[in-house]
Design a protein around this ligand. Sequence first.
Ligand SMILES: *Cc1c(COP(=O)(O)O)cnc(C)c1O
Length: 402
Amino acid sequence: MADDTPSIYDELGVPRVINAAGTKTRIGGTRIRPEAATAMHRATTEFARISDLQAKASDTISNITGADAGYVASGAAACLTLAAAATITGHDPHAMSRLPQTDNRPNEILIPKVHRNSYDHALRAAGATLTDIGTNDHTLGPGATDLEPWEIEAAITDNTAAIAYVPRNNLPLDPIITTAHDHDLPVIIDAAGQLPPKHNLTRFIDAGADLVIFSGGKAIRGPQNTGIIAGTTNLITAIALQHLDMDTTINTWNPPPTLIDPTTLPGVPRHGIGRGYKVSKEALVGLITALQLYHQEDQHTQHQQHNHQLQKIATALTNIPHITITHHNKNDPTTTPTLEIAIDEPTLDTTTTDIVNQLQTTPPHIYLNHNPTTATLTINPTSLTTPETDTLIDQLTNTLST
Ligand SMILES: *Cc1c(COP(=O)(O)O)cnc(C)c1O
């Protein structure tokens, strides 16, 4: 959008911000694809059953990821809660109605210590208890950086419901999946932030993971309040049963057969733990559209465009003293390239924290990533338009030159 186009945020008196930080929920997440926004608008004028839209989403997710089935909830964090719920309750409507109380059912989710992060609260929200695994450290340094198969094996008890994994620290996935499956336990993967590379859409499913979660509001550029779960039919059904609004009787309930087979159930589960994570017909249509487009998108072209934007910024800042600019991931089309600006804090007599605060609090309110320890600012081009790139250049030149 050109800078002189009237903005809804201006109209509301809410300050607009420039997002040079990637896809951050606190500043609006992603720039939704125009085709997805149009599809959402078209979805507003008529009705469809949410369960049928979920069945369509399931087919789309299945085709693209190679999983048996799929589901959409209101963000990857919501998907984590639903994944945990599904591994605890199975298809038992009574157990579903009790969550987050898990009674005497297995409710422990094992998670490598190095994968603990602030989103694992979403697993606990379903009633799961997290147990850290991995104490071995080959270098005898502090902390736990490793996890060996025997440590997984030793941690599994009758109370274990699942194993969670976050693709980080290069922890091998195969031994976790093998050990989990030896014990008939599912593996949940939080791959919310693992796109790009696009290859990750299939990679974890190929490796045998049972539930794989992606954010719909990051690189896929769907509605910000969507998340995707790809997984086994059995677990996706357990998720649908505690997410869908099913205010109906067993005799008039005709859910889409690819998601739910009512003949296997004693009754209709009522408003499960996922009810608060509902997804509108508009968001479902938007997500399906965005996922198809992301799948078709040429990673190389995208990467070149991002490199071009970053190069423009680097060139414009090249004569500013006491900063060092590094263009990361320039030659790897499977990643998002970034531009790192290292600040010589003592010479400039300022800190990156002060610079970041100044950029954020004064118009045009620029948000970028920073690391105070290494005194670096990092620009991620994912959500940055061409006119915004020019504004960013002007503002950074002013801020860093004084
Ligand atoms: C972003 C992220 C989430 C949350 O995704 P939302 O779609 O915003 O709910 C969860 N886990 C990880 C690792 C993430 O990077």
